[in-house]
Ligand binder design. Structure first.
Ligand code: NAD
Length: 438
């Protein structure tokens, strides 16, 4: 390993998208990592080499590090905590059932358990996205349970599903919010292999690190919502949103990423994190009016696109065969959390449509309860018969489909919600083509 890098013993609590990816990447850097989860089935699968989530490159990396014994899986939190120097809490922080606040039950319950097993100095890190002041609460809660020395640090994760490994290894920045110099030094050592490859390491206070994560996600959600609204205007004035995205994205002050118009933003982060930061602002008597508008606009987005479906089908949704290509919230992930397809498909079947979908990550449990929703096993099967095809997710697999060859319907209509197809080509086949913001 590079320079003075000293490998460490790490425990990841929560072996989901964040815990598993960061755990395996830390082990690949030479550390001894134990990934703990209370979900026995998940841990058993991982021990057999079965990866519970879809993430490109993950299987190979898990297999390599599991074989060389730097990566372990366990349900035993006690021994995992005792044998580790640093404990990363990577559990879920969903929205509370009632209201907009983040539900921190999993964080505090993990914290309480960890407290009872502290046997020597430990750094306890919130890698989960937690509202500002959660670290303060966690520290109080652990202090009540142990007299042993520990430090609570915030080290939010910025990886994107679908590109998680690359994002972990080549992050734009690493944010560490430690209120003590000792922990900061240890964390800087842990991340030194990434810092030496060019990652920026930012030391902040714990509260600052917590807020950086929410501010980043709220800003990105704002960018997506902004371009979606400009796309609405483009549709009225015969202007192409793709040209607008290029035209403004090349301005370095704006940047081209997260500037593609499409369906409402979804996923496990933006929807819950925008709501949580607004909730935090209310607690501290501040009005985050921009983020409030973003949430409102995004909520309207699915309804707006569905209205367009209604117009495209001449207000005759009943009995129409509609095919969704992709149902996950973005490409290269199996994550369905808050995907806009969860709003669109139930709406369309309520209106009497028959829906089939194809997603490269397979059948989705979320749609199994609907009689009129079928999952196709192949693209060929999916696109054979529908009246309307909706490209919902921007999987590469959909960019080169030969609709002319595969569709039996000469009057096929395509609604490309990701602008990934060539309008000219589709129209040349004699099909009707609609897209976003043009
Ligand atoms: P996830 O639901 O995929 O995984 C969480 C895991 O924690 C689950 O497997 C669950 O069984 C486990 N767990 C919960 N309580 C536990 C306990 N007491 N002991 C052991 N295991 C426990 O969640 P995720 O998507 O990995 O997100 C985790 C956190 O990271 C969230 O706060 C999220 O906002 C944040 N985050 C997520 C992403 C992402 O792209 N998914 C990116 C950055 C940050």
């Amino acid at each position: 390993m590079q320079g003075d890098f000293k490998t460490m013993k790490l425990c990841m609590i929560g072996t989901g998208y964040v815990g598993l990816v960061s755990g395996v990447c830390f082990s690949d850097l030479g550390n001894d990592v134990i990934c703990v989860d209370k979900d026995k089935d998940k841990i058993n699968k991982l021990k057999k080499g079965i990866i519970p989530i879809y993430e490109p490159g993950l299987e190979e990396l898990v297999s390599k590090n599991y074989k060389n014994k730097r990566l372990k899986f366990s349900t035993d939190l006690k021994s995992s905590v005792k044998n580790s120097d640093i404990i990363f809490i990577c559990v879920g922080t969903p929205t509370k059932k009632n209201g907009n606040a983040a539900d921190l039950t999993q964080i505090y319950s993990a914290g309480k358990e960890v407290a009872t097993y502290i046997n020597k100095f430990k750094i306890i890190i919130t890698k989960s996205t937690v509202p500002v002041t959660t670290g303060d609460e966690l520290e109080k809660l652990i202090s009540k349970k142990t007299k042993k020395n520990f430090s609570v640090v915030s080290n939010p994760e910025f990886l994107r599903e679908g590109e998680a490994i690359r994002d972990f290894i080549y992050p734009d920045r690493i944010v560490v919010g430690a209120n003590d110099a000792k922990s900061d030094k240890i964390l800087k050592n842990l991340y030194s292999p990434l810092i030496s490859k060019g990652a920026k390491y930012i030391s902040t206070s714990r509260r600052t690190a917590e807020l950086i994560k929410y501010a980043a996600n709220a800003f990105l959600a704002t960018k997506v919502t902004f371009i979606n609204e400009i796309a609405n205007l483009c549709e009225k004035i015969d202007v192409n949103i793709e040209d607008i995205s290029i035209g403004i994205g090349l301005d370095k002050r704006i940047g081209s990423r997260f500037l593609r118009a499409g369906p409402a933003y979804g996923g496990s982060c933006f929807p819950k994190d925008t709501k949580a930061i607004v909730n935090t602002s209310t607690k501290f008597n501040t009005d985050l009016s921009i983020i409030k508008s973003v949430i409102k606009s995004n909520k309207k987005r699915s309804q707006l696109l569905l209205k367009r479906v209604d117009v495209i089908l001449n207000k005759k949704i009943k009995n129409k065969k509609i095919c969704f290509l992709g149902v996950t919230f973005k490409a290269n992930t199996d994550d369905m959390r808050d995907s806009s397809s969860l709003k669109m498909i139930p709406y369309l079947i309520k209106k009497g449509a028959h829906v089939n979908y194809y997603d490269p990550t397979g059948k989705k449990i979320e749609f199994m309860k609907y009689k009129n929703v079928k999952c196709s096993d192949t693209i060929e099967d999916a696109v054979k018969n529908p009246d309307l095809i909706i490209i919902h997710t921007e999987w590469n697999d959909f960019k080169s489909i030969n609709f002319k060859k595969l569709s039996k319907n000469k009057k096929l209509i395509i609604y490309d919600m990701r602008n990934i197809l060539s309008a000219t080509k589709i129209k040349k086949f004699g099909f009707k083509y609609f897209s976003i913001g043009r």
